[in-house]
Write a protein that binds this ligand. Structure first.
Ligand code: HEM
Length: 215
């Protein structure tokens, strides 16, 4: 597809007045959380595979996980109160539904996984301190419940890893094959200027049109 056609498609995807990118706050949160979740999955796998000092890894895993919970709640509230930019027109209805479903699942898991971790620690009846503050138990101590929550935490960990990988592959396909500007919605850099049907102030690159007094 020609560059001009790709540009036109982008313009169609973002009608006048609609922001073509998520707000900067959402974009920062997105990348900080993406990094944190990957680190958490690695630490979790490291603990289970006895790579490194288990006690040390748990002591890092718990506060980071609670950080993910706090950020996920903030992000969810922000997302529910701010409109998302439109999806590229290149995506058909099925793809849009799949994208929305995977987004919902990711949000759900980013909130549920730390909560299950917290509940698991509560059920094990071990004290849980965060920055010197004693955290309350959110479920009663119970060995049976602990083992069920431990199992759930592991399953959610695999689910997060799977969803995360699918999410990355889909974004890569859009960025490298379809080139429809999907990644730009969440990129930290500013969205590049797009060509529109409106007459340009410049007749040629770098040359100002006669009569234009715009800066
Ligand atoms: C996004 C947040 C989190 C992610 C992605 C995550 C991921 C994981 C993973 C993949 C494992 C290994 C599970 C297995 O294979 O059995 C694990 C273990 C563990 N997680 Fe999390 N976790 C998160 C949050 C938390 C939180 C908030 C806590 C507690 C406050 C927590 C406590 C633990 C503990 C204690 C283990 C070790 C379980 C054991 O030794 O049996 N996690 N986590």
């Amino acid at each position: 597809m020609s560059e001009a056609a790709a540009d036109d498609r982008e313009v169609l995807a973002s009608p006048a007045g609609e922001p073509a990118q998520f707000p900067l706050f959402s974009r920062w949160l997105h990348w900080v959380m993406a990094g944190l979740v990957v680190v958490m999955l690695f630490i979790g796998a490291g603990m289970m595979a006895s790579l490194g000092d288990y006690r040390f890894l748990v002591s890092v895993h718990k506060p980071l996980g609670m950080g993910v919970l706090a950020l996920a709640v903030i992000r969810l509230m922000y997302r529910l109160t701010h409109r998302a930019p439109p999806l590229p027109r290149s995506m058909n209805r099925t793809e849009r539904r799949a994208a929305t479903a995977s987004e919902c699942l990711l949000y759900g898991l980013m909130v549920a996984q730390p909560l299950v971790g917290w509940a698991m620690v509560s059920a094990s009846d071990t004290p849980f301190e965060l920055g010197g503050v004693h955290m309350p138990a959110i479920v009663p101590p119970d060995p049976g419940l602990y083992s069920a929550l431990r199992e759930t935490h592991a399953v959610f960990g695999y689910a997060l890893f799977l969803l995360f990988t699918m999410h990355m592959l889909a974004v890569l396909a859009h960025a490298l094959v379809l080139r429809d500007g999907l990644l730009t919605r969440m990129a930290l850099w500013r969205r590049p200027r797009i060509r529109t049907a409106a007459p340009s102030r410049f007749s040629h690159r770098g040359k100002r049109r006669e009569g234009s007094n715009a800066v």
